[in-house]
Design a protein around this ligand. Structure first.
Ligand SMILES: Nc1nc2c([nH]c(=O)n2[C@H]2C[C@H](O)[C@@H](COP(=O)(O)OP(=O)(O)OP(=O)(O)O)O2)c(=O)[nH]1
Length: 136
């Protein structure tokens, strides 16, 4: 009974949907204790810290994960998703990076630039699968 009433931890997450020409930057997460996100594909980003704006969080996360500076554009979607152990609200922003891949994979296993039609080839996190469905 106790377990059923225990509230899951909720986090606010920002994700950078980085476009170059007609391609999207897709990043593969590392192994995780949660099998449902382990090695899944995602848009780079992470949890928003207290007192931080989405914009600040995105710039900080992309620097931490990729040592890269991006231009953050408009918000393209917000998804509330409940995973078995926690829940998140992901706000996705359309972003642009430089013209070359001069970033590092400090926290990811790999990356791919894919067109909208190719995105379905990857094993995305469940939240991102829903986000991608909403993208034209
Ligand atoms: N970064 C990112 N996280 C996502 C996406 N989709 C999705 O479900 N998530 C989930 C996976 C994680 O549980 C959570 C983000 O946490 P994170 O581990 O990437 O961020 P963080 O570095 O701030 O977290 P932490 O390791 O310090 O706890 O949101 C996405 O597109 N990008």
């Amino acid at each position: 009974m106790e377990k059923e009433t225990t509230k899951k931890k909720h986090s606010r997450v920002v994700a950078a949907v980085i476009m170059r020409n007609d391609r999207y930057l897709c990043m593969q997460r590392c192994r995780s204790k949660y099998e449902y996100i382990s090695e899944r594909w995602e848009f780079p980003g992470g949890k928003v810290e207290d007192g931080e704006s989405d914009h600040e969080a995105l710039l900080r996360e992309i620097r931490e994960e990729m040592d890269w500076d991006v231009y953050v554009g408009r918000r393209i979607g917000t998804i509330d998703h409940e995973y078995p152990d926690f829940s998140i609200t992901v706000a996705a922003y359309l972003c642009r990076g430089g013209d070359t891949d001069d970033f590092k994979l400090l926290e990811h296993l790999g990356y791919k630039w894919l067109t909208r039609d190719e995105l379905g080839q990857l094993a995305w996190t469940a939240a991102d699968e829903r986000l991608i469905e909403t993208m034209e």
